[in-house]
Design a protein around this ligand. Structure first.
Ligand code: GMT
Length: 387
């Protein structure tokens, strides 16, 4: 089949949506498609040269008159330019705000030149849940979703939430997050394990951007209870607004010797490889990519039961699910797993088996098929053309 030329717009940070967008683009490029990333900074995971991958930086003019640089306008102009000159078949934008809105504007501009570039929007969660608490964005988000040629959500839960929060008259296809087993797999890092846990302590792990929704303090409270029952260490990977509060709590609970704040790490898989248990007590999580990364490295997960987490972490098989904030229950499950090697090993195997369902090799063809489906829609069936 003919390779496609696809423009990808995302937030280029370490966040899950940027990771998914970048890994998706790189995976599609490996399959021969031509991928153009259009972002304000080189995506964190787009490090080295790769065939079929192009990067276009968006820089917004900073005139003294403007209090805020007009990023949306700059991005629109860049999209128009790249679609025109690279002859893109389709734009895939990650996040409704502002990307789907901007893509709509670019589409309308290109239509005045007689060129129709279909847009696909992927919803990742915060664009939907944030608006759940700030209704002023709702008209723009709903409009942008309804005007996308295709919409995907990263979990069944997020799809349902989108219909619940907004007035949506478009279809939403669920295409789950995915994992690259070429990178995320259990490898032998025994020397590393010895350095972190010299007396054979269990190793618990949490990775996030330390936003309030991640409830990092709950991770520490769970760890405190686990440590009272089983000698253990805790690795906290990532950084963000709640880091100071988390450090303060460690000091208050006298846990500083057993908790390591590692900051942002590129090789998360090496830390997961030495971990026995992953803790994700989030109060909002549309999928939980970090949990999937842990499971791919054979690490069972103790998580909250909100959002898309039950689609990833299977209660009593790959780990356990508890209500948000129920640290007693999370600690009880963690101890049950960590105290028994046989049970832990069974859960490790189940975690890997479940992660395999989300292998990038299975998910990439879903995106390809979805793009081809969107591209096959006849021009006169597209509502934009009459507007
Ligand atoms: O979790 C974050 O704070 C980052 C956020 C993002 O927008 O980059 O992640 C969201 O998208 C990921 C990829 O689809 C999902 O796996 C995360 O669950 C989701 N985060 C939330 O819903 C809080």
């Amino acid at each position: 089949m003919k390779p496609m030329k696809i423009g990808i717009v995302c937030y280029p940070t370490y966040g899950g949506s940027g990771v998914v967008a970048t890994e998706l683009g790189m995976g599609l490029a490996r399959k021969g498609h031509q991928i153009h990333f259009i972002t304000y900074r080189q995506p964190a995971r787009l490090k080295s040269f790769q065939e079929n991958v192009f990067y276009h930086e968006v820089s917004s003019a900073d005139y003294p008159l403007f209090e805020y640089p007009p990023y949306d306008t700059a991005l629109t102009s860049k999209l128009v330019d790249v679609v025109r000159y690279e002859n893109l078949d389709l734009l895939h934008v990650h996040y409704a705000i502002p990307h789907a809105t901007v893509a709509y504007m670019a589409k309308k501009i290109l239509l005045t030149e007689g060129r129709y570039v279909p847009t696909v929007t992927t919803l990742h969660g915060t664009d939907i849940t944030l608006v759940g608490s700030n209704r002023t964005f709702a008209p723009v988000v709903a409009f942008s979703i309804n005007k996308s040629d295709g919409v995907t959500a990263v979990s069944d839960s997020l799809r349902q939430q989108t219909f619940d929060f907004f007035d949506i008259n478009n279809e939403i296809e669920v295409i789950h997050n995915f994992i690259d087993f070429g990178r995320f797999k259990k490898v032998n890092k025994d020397h590393f394990k010895k350095a972190i846990a010299p007396d054979g302590e269990r190793i618990l792990c949490h990775t996030s951007n330390f936003r309030k929704v991640k409830r990092v303090e709950d991770v520490i409270k769970v760890f405190k209870k686990v440590q009272e029952a089983i000698p253990s260490k805790l690795l906290l990977i990532g950084d963000g607004p709640e880091r100071q509060n988390a450090e303060d709590l460690c000091r208050k609970l006298s846990l500083c010797d057993d908790i390591r704040f590692l900051g942002k790490q590129d090789a998360v898989e090496e830390l997961l490889a030495v971990s026995d248990l992953f803790i994700m007590p989030s109060e909002s999580e549309s999928f939980g990519l970090a949990a999937l990364e842990a499971m791919a490295c054979e690490v069972p997960v103790i998580s909250s039961n909100i959002g898309g987490l039950p689609e990833v972490n299977i209660h009593g098989e790959t780990g356990f699910l508890s209500d948000v904030g129920d640290v007693d229950s999370m600690a009880k499950y963690a101890i049950a797993l960590l105290k028994d090697e046989e049970t832990l090993n069974a859960f490790r195997a189940n975690a890997l088996k479940q992660a395999k369902r989300f292998d990038i090799e299975n998910i990439l063809p879903k995106y390809e098929a979805y793009y081809r489906h969107i591209l096959s829609t006849k021009i006169y069936d597209r509502p934009e053309v009459e507007l």
